[in-house]
Design a protein around this ligand. Structure first.
Ligand code: PGA
Length: 255
């Protein structure tokens, strides 16, 4: 049984002071223990977020890392540094990093290995642009992203990984993929993982959907066979919305 995992991706939002305020607001909400709850915050907020969420069940993640442990890489942060703070998760290969910061399938693979080597749980992002979907190459493209991301990663490590399918056209646009489109791709991701490893491995890897997930569409998305959670940008910046996402099982929603 895969435990649902919902992760907030704050992106480049919230100073330390704002982090304190938002997390305190979230902690006032009674959050379902059935859902693994993660907040991926800016590097500068990690320490504050970890202190505030200690023993609350909320886990803290980063949004990127460098694949080397240390060295002459000005401005970068390594998995060792993240672990020292107590960080548990790290987003790898988000489409914004692929688009604006030259992230490639090869760097995603190197970062995935670094995170796993140092005991961080990676949330690996894949997804297509609108043009690629319209050209009908979205399935092949995402399959290829998965194959390249998991290159030379053993099954025991793969099992610890979370994959997030985020169609780029649905991120921050208010356009959600239909639950069928999201489920189709998450299913293909699982099938691809099965072909890389085996059924046992692919059946424990959690696959999230991301892209304009909101309290009014989470329940339907989570009802789909291959969707085990969500990676959430905008709606994770408001405590009440984030709380409703985590408590989706008891949400009155349009299923
Ligand atoms: P969104 O972002 O929920 O604001 O669409 C999702 C993401 O980029 O992870």
């Amino acid at each position: 049984m895969r435990k649902p995992i919902i992760a907030g991706n704050w992106k480049m939002n919230n100073t330390i002071e704002q982090t304190n305020d938002l997390i305190k607001e979230i902690l006032e909400i009674e959050l379902s223990g059935d859902v693994e709850t993660v907040l991926c915050v800016p590097y500068t907020s990690i320490q504050a977020a970890i202190e505030l969420t200690r023993e609350t069940g909320i886990k803290i993640g980063a949004q990127n890392l460098h694949w080397e442990k240390k060295g002459a890489y000005t401005g970068e942060i390594s998995s060792v540094m993240l672990k020292e703070l107590g960080t548990e998760y790290v987003i790898i290969g988000h489409s914004e990093r692929r688009q604006y910061f030259c992230e490639t399938d090869e760097t995603v693979n190197m970062k995935l290995k670094a995170a796993l080597n140092d005991g961080l749980i990676p949330i690996v992002c894949v997804g297509e642009t609108l043009g690629q979907r319209e050209d009908g190459i979205h399935l092949t493209l995402v399959k290829d992203q998965i194959v390249k991301a998991f290159k030379d990663i053993g099954s025991k490590d793969a099992e610890k990984t979370v994959v997030a399918y985020e169609p780029i056209w649905a991120i921050g646009t208010g356009k959600t993929a239909t639950s069928e489109q999201a489920n189709e791709m998450c299913g293909l991701i699982r099938k691809t993982l099965e072909s890389l490893y085996d059924k046992g491995t692919s059946s424990v890897i959690r696959v999230q959907y991301g892209g304009s997930v909101k309290p009014d569409n989470i329940k339907e998305l989570m009802s789909m066979e291959h969707i085990d959670g969500a990676l959430v940008g905008g709606a994770s910046l408001k405590a009440s919305d984030f709380g409703r996402l985590i408590n989706y099982k008891t949400e009155e929603a349009n299923v």
